[in-house]
Design a protein around this ligand. Structure first.
Ligand code: 8Y4
Length: 279
């Protein structure tokens, strides 16, 4: 998959490293108030084998405050500009805002991660113009309130229908099929039972014919099942990553790149979805 001149190889499972730059972030195990620290963390993830680095300036955790365009740009642009010069892997911009998409791609990003699936006004048109791959994610409700009482009749069927409809809308707008990725959006307007059911049924999303991205790393479903805080969720995150790959995930969005890479290389060695060494 071409990401503005940098390639994302989807013949093997790809690791997307999470680089949050929100000052209120707790999900990355530290605060990234400084550009230096963020760039350093991005370089470390690249050295640890990240295939793509996801940079976000708007916390999408439940109850998070909305961020203005200027604020989001202030946070992400300096990091994208510097990191894209020192790493080879593509950089993904985690945003729903067309203005941020545009500025980020111009600064050196090559992939759009939109948790709102290009539904914001002008987002679809911007993605078409920028001509980079896009991840379309499912979310029920809005980040501020989505976890209050999520309800589905059939979570797998409803998420699949939503993603199918978004794929159709993208193709109708002129986006190319080979530039689209889908994501059920674990934790975005879903109960623990919904998340577990979606992971169990993830292989059904293969029918949609696009690479599947799964973001399960350190998420609160682990906290709810095991009663562990975010910095104690590595083992469980690895278990969920392996299950996601076994059920068809092509890209894993994770905080712990080196550890996830080992777990997935081992999974690939067993299932032989990888190419044979020397071939
Ligand atoms: C602890 C750790 C608690 C992480 C909460 C969280 C996804 C995503 C996020 C995802 C795609 C998060 C931006 C939420 N999750 N993008 N973004 N898929 N495509 N929460 O699952 O990591 S942020």
């Amino acid at each position: 998959m071409d990401c503005a001149g940098r390639s994302l190889n989807l013949n093997k499972v790809a690791i997307m490293g999470v680089l949050n730059i929100t000052p209120d972030s707790f999900s990355d195990g530290g605060l990234f108030l400084g550009v230096d620290e963020a760039v350093k963390h991005g370089e470390l993830m690249a050295a640890n084998g990240a295939d793509i680095i996801d940079i976000g300036g708007e916390s999408s955790r439940p109850g998070a405050d909305p961020v203005s365009i200027a604020q989001e740009l202030d946070r992400v642009l300096p990091v994208i500009e510097r990191l894209s010069r020192v790493v080879d892997c593509p950089i993904s911009i985690d945003t729903c805002k067309p203005e941020v998409m545009s500025a980020a791609i111009n600064a050196g990003a090559g992939f759009i991660n939109d948790i709102n699936a290009l539904q914001a006004s002008g987002a679809m048109e911007m993605a078409l113009q920028l001509d980079v791959p896009v991840c379309l994610m499912h979310m029920q409700g809005q980040p501020e309130t989505m976890q209050i009482d999520p309800v589905y009749r059939n979570v797998t069927a409803e998420v699949k229908t939503f993603l199918g409809d978004r794929i159709s809308a993208c193709l109708e707008a002129g986006l190319k099929q080979d530039k689209l990725v889908i994501d059920p959006g674990f934790g975005f307007g879903k109960s623990v039972a919904h998340n577990l059911e979606l992971l169990r049924n993830l292989s059904l999303f293969k029918d949609l014919g696009l690479p599947i991205l799964a973001g399960l790393s350190r998420k609160s479903l682990i906290g709810k099942v095991l009663g562990k805080s975010t910095n104690q969720r590595l083992s469980a995150s690895l278990a969920l990553a392996v299950m996601a790959v076994q059920n068809g995930a092509a890209i894993l969005r994770v905080h712990d790149v080196a550890e996830t890479r080992d777990a997935i290389r081992m999974t690939e060695a067993v299932t032989m979805v990888h190419s044979c060494p020397g071939e």
